[in-house]
Design a protein around this ligand. Structure first.
Ligand code: ZN
Length: 267
């Protein structure tokens, strides 16, 4: 099976990521990642940028592409400068989209500062990936990360493709409703686990949750618009493939593990 991992983080120098990688049974190096990718049949991954557009100098060997991130450190830039910087990234062939963190930036997806970027994304035919659902740590605010907030932007910018990262988890119903209504909204399945797990115990103990997850993933043809992603270094790469393969019906594997990401991120 060919695989695209549509959501990883690879930002050498961020110490917490190195620790998470080790907890998940990995090393946080390019060589290790490349070796794991070839062992597991992962053709490409999309790195979600974790710096501001003026300092996001991505590490992108051939098997990695990236979304320019609007994490911290960009809000002091004026509108025009921000748009110029983002556009410089979008012109690069290895930049395949924009990544927003509204829950961590305390801004709604409909915030006026994001609007010019949605237009740029459409112009360059590259998607806007948005962290949706639960936030890590005390600083995030859930109301800004709710998947329902993407509905309005998706309706206002019909030429822009949006990706609900983490499928809005745990607001699965809302994420599915936004995807069903808006042709231009997709989702990735990253970050639904953390660290290493015992898969059988996990499925036994969370039977109700996984049943809901399957229900809303499949709702109204939902598998068409779902993409495999891990949120590495948070998870073990091999385990996560087994995890998603167990949740998604086999007839959808090619689509979910590869084809949809290839189209959405134009890889
Ligand atoms: Zn992530």
């Amino acid at each position: 099976m060919k695989i695209i991992d549509a959501h990883i983080h690879f930002c050498p120098g961020i110490e917490s990521f190195r620790m998470l990688a080790e907890q998940a049974g990995h090393r946080y190096t390019e060589e290790h990642l490349q070796a794991e990718f070839s062992r597991l049949g992962i053709e490409y991954a999309v790195v979600m940028g974790n710096r501001a557009p003026d300092e996001d100098i991505p590490v992108c060997p051939g098997f990695l592409h990236y979304c320019v991130g609007l994490d911290s450190g960009w809000e002091q830039l004026d509108e025009q400068r921000l748009a110029e910087l983002v556009e410089q990234h979008l012109r690069r062939p290895d930049c395949v989209g924009i990544k927003l963190y509204p829950g961590y930036r305390h801004r709604y997806v409909g915030d006026r500062r994001y609007a010019p970027l949605y237009e740029l994304a459409a112009q360059y035919d590259k998607p806007v990936a948005i962290h949706t659902g639960a936030t890590a740590g005390g600083m995030g605010l859930l109301k800004y990360a709710h998947p329902l907030t993407v509905d309005e932007a998706a309706a206002q910018f019909p030429q822009t493709r949006f990706v609900l990262c983490h499928f809005g988890n745990p607001w699965l119903t809302d994420a599915a409703a936004v995807m069903e209504k808006n042709e231009n909204v997709f989702a990735d399945l990253s970050g639904l686990l953390e660290g290493r797990v015992d898969m059988d115990t996990l499925f036994q103990e969370n039977e109700g949750y996984f049943s809901l997850l399957r229900t809303w993933m499949g709702y109204a043809g939902g598998y068409e618009k779902l993409m495999y992603g891990t949120d590495w270094p948070l998870v073990n790469l091999e385990q996560y493939i087994a995890f998603i393969a167990r949740l998604v019906p086999e007839c959808w594997h090619d689509k979910v593990f590869y084809e949809t990401a290839k189209q959405v991120y134009s890889l």
